[in-house]
Ligand binder design. Structure first.
Ligand code: PRP
Ligand code: URA
Length: 216
């Protein structure tokens, strides 16, 4: 039994709307268009939580009544990085929160035999070292893809990284949090375990296939 409560960088978001939407995602009869829409809504909710610590400063404005000092976001240097393919489904939800954010993309797929991530694409902003990077991928299974993506980000100079996922397996939480204790992780729900094919149980199946309608 893996005890994930000891990983202080790991946060499971507790909100009934989020849990309800994840249940809809899991259902095998949820159609592709609905699946995509729900992933986007979940990204918005999770992004809202993950962005809670954005720094603010006071700025003087004028209301119709009087002048006043009010909070504004200080650091707008953000970068959202979905892991292709499935992470793409979360990108629009995040961009609804911060439309001006820069986006990078990392392409990884899990080799069917080894379950290890294989990199096939990487495009990141040149000033990534100055940005708070929000890495996004719906599934944290073995953790290989998310850990691989963090290593790629670090190689390109990223300093501050937050990872946002929808469903995690305890095995992936352990592997990721032990490898990267300095990366805050926001997650919608932690499931029971991985099966022999390294799929999350009960999970939702193959998230990339369900997002893009490529179910075999
Ligand atoms: C899925 C998912 C993650 C990865 C998680 O992608 O989106 O990237 O699996 O598994 P892991 O934690 O064991 O690495 P997949 O490899 O199926 O690629 P796809 O999104 O292109 O379908
Ligand atoms: N990738 C998925 O899409 N689903 C899983 O359950 C595990 C990895």
């Amino acid at each position: 039994m893996i005890d994930i409560s000891k990983y202080t960088n790991f946060h499971e978001i507790d909100h009934p709307l989020l849990k309800h939407k994840i249940t809809k995602l899991r259902e095998k009869d949820t159609k592709t268009n609905e699946f995509r829409q729900i992933v986007k809504e979940i990204a918005f909710i999770e992004g809202y939580e993950a962005l809670r610590d954005l720094p603010t400063h006071l700025r003087e404005i004028e209301t119709p009544i009087e002048k006043t000092w009010q909070p504004s976001i200080s650091r707008k240097k953000l970068c959202f990085v979905p892991i292709l393919r499935a992470g793409l489904g979360m990108e629009d939800g995040m961009l609804e929160l911060v439309p001006g954010a820069t986006c990078g993309h990392i392409g990884l797929y899990r080799d069917e035999e080894t379950k290890k991530p294989v990199e096939y694409y990487c495009k990141l902003p040149g000033d990534i070292c100055d940005r708070h990077v929000y890495l996004i991928d719906p599934m944290l299974a073995t953790g290989g893809s998310a850990m691989g993506a963090v290593e790629i980000l670090r190689k390109h100079g990223a300093q501050k990284i937050t990872f946002i996922c929808i469903i995690a397996a305890p095995e992936g939480v352990k592997a990721f949090c032990e490898a990267h204790p300095d990366v805050e992780v926001f997650c919608g729900v932690v499931d029971r375990e991985l099966n022999d094919d390294a799929y999350i149980c009960p999970g939702l199946g193959d998230c990339g296939d369900r997002t893009f309608g490529t179910v075999k």
